[in-house]
Design a binder for this molecule. Structure first.
Ligand SMILES: [Zn+2]
Length: 451
């Protein structure tokens, strides 16, 4: 008869990249004959190890994790991507994948000279053209990190580091899937375009916008973006994202009339009018979309020029508005006009949309993809087959390169990526098993679709 009497200790061993967490128990074999035996209960093995035991793997876990670590080690906040582009270029070259630098320059607003990477694999027969889009830049380092942001560590199946989730894991997953495809599939139809861009996290998404402008994504039938869909949506489940709200940033400039502060009735107070306008804007009903939810408005800044004992004759409101299907730049203008009438403001006003480096649209349009689209159904089935789990279909509340690709190329856009947390914050991490699954799914989808 076995009877557990006491718990001794828990210990974690680090072996290779695996965390082996074991519990030691003291067991008594019989009650009168005391034979003490240490029993080891394996309570946790790094989930990637489980993954290796349970799945038929096409992607080498060890190599994928090493690659991800190497990417995280290279600091690549937006506008500073040269080093990571060179590293990724070399990696692709060394793995016999064709790749070129794509240089661009935003002469209009930022003056930024950026670098993207672009490559393709072309089959011998006509077939679908699949675009894979990933960004290699990250946000800037914020305060509060308890791990090193550029020296990745693995703990409990999570890899920590700046960009580990958003989205160097997606980049590494794509690179590994492309390498495997190139090594194993010799005859195929169609084409894979792979694009590793800069400045997705910056204010304008220049990398992808210039790739589109320079026609690098020409003829693409579908785009797959390996942004961390599960991570962004705070879910542990597999998640395919089929749309996102759009967004516009703009200012409303109000011009009043100055007068002595003792006789405000003789002036037009621009600050008071701005306040009334904000109140009326917030009272307007939000637009609603079945998939994307409600639109929302956020006042992000307010400025004026105070002038001593005078009525202020100038005020400026800055707004970021997230929009849903059916809304656009014109509908934003209309609602400001309506709010101005409701507020009964006396100031003159003008609406100034944020300038755009390329086409002057100044914003991001919302989009949704039809779930019944054949590419979507096939991708969904692939996720299900390979991971053994039914993915959720979700929608993002904010903007990214996916909006730009959907709007400019007018093709279905799938966002599918790993889980994890703390993106755009400290102690960002990716769940390693989900990162490996993403790579497997992408490889599986490419094989299924192109062979
Ligand atoms: Zn991202």
């Amino acid at each position: 008869m076995h009877k557990k009497v006491t718990f001794l200790l828990t210990e974690t061993f680090h072996m290779f990249n695996y965390n082996l967490k074991v519990e030691f128990y003291l067991y008594i074999i019989t009650t009168d004959y005391l034979v003490k035996k240490i029993f080891i209960k394996l309570i946790e093995v790094n989930c990637m190890y489980n993954y290796m035991l349970n799945k038929t793997n096409n992607i080498s876990s060890q190599e994928a994790i090493e690659l991800l670590k190497n990417l995280v080690c290279i600091k690549s906040d937006f506008f500073h991507e040269e080093k990571i582009m060179k590293f990724t270029y070399e990696w692709l070259k060394n793995n016999n994948l064709n790749i070129e630098f794509h240089n661009y320059e935003d002469k209009k607003i930022t003056g930024f000279k950026g670098i993207n990477l672009i490559g393709s694999l072309e089959g011998s027969k006509q077939g679908p053209v699949i675009l894979i889009n990933c960004h290699l830049d990250t946000v800037n380092e914020c305060s509060g990190w308890t791990k090193h942001p550029y020296n990745p560590v693995i703990e409990n199946g999570r890899l920590y580091g700046l960009g580990a989730l958003d989205m160097k894991s997606g980049c590494a997953a794509a690179l590994m899937a492309l390498k495997k495809f190139n090594e194993t599939i010799k005859e195929f139809k169609g084409k894979i375009i792979y694009s590793f861009v800069s400045d997705e996290e910056g204010p304008y998404g220049l990398g992808t916008s210039f790739s589109i402008k320079d026609k690098l994504y020409k003829d693409a039938d579908i785009a797959i973006i390996l942004e961390p869909s599960s991570g962004f949506l705070f879910t542990q489940k597999q998640s395919i994202c089929l749309g996102a709200r759009g967004g516009y940033q703009y200012k409303i400039k109000l011009y009043g009339k100055s007068s002595h502060a003792a006789t405000p009735q003789n002036g037009i107070n621009a600050i008071e009018d701005a306040s009334k306008l904000i109140v009326e804007l917030s009272k307007l009903p939000a637009a609603y979309d079945e998939k994307l939810g409600n639109s929302s408005i956020c006042i992000t800044d307010i400025k004026s020029k105070g002038n001593g004992c005078s009525v202020p004759d100038y005020a400026e409101i800055e707004i970021f508005k997230h929009i849903v299907m059916g809304e656009n730049k014109q509908s934003i203008i209309e609602e400001i006009k309506l709010a101005a009438i409701n507020a009964n403001i006396k100031s003159k006003y003008e609406i100034v949309f944020r300038e755009d480096p390329l086409d002057g649209s100044g914003g991001f349009m919302p989009y949704t993809v039809d779930e019944k689209n054949k590419y979507i159904k096939e991708f969904y089935d692939c996720v299900e087959d390979i991971t053994g789990k039914s993915p959720e279909i979700n929608y993002f509340s904010s903007i990214g390169d996916f909006n730009t690709i959907s709007e400019k190329l007018n093709i279905p856009v799938i966002v599918y990526g790993p889980s994890g947390s703390n993106f755009h914050s400290y102690d960002e991490y990716v769940e390693i098993d989900t990162f490996l699954e993403v790579s497997e799914v992408l490889y599986g989808y490419l094989v299924k679709k192109l062979t």
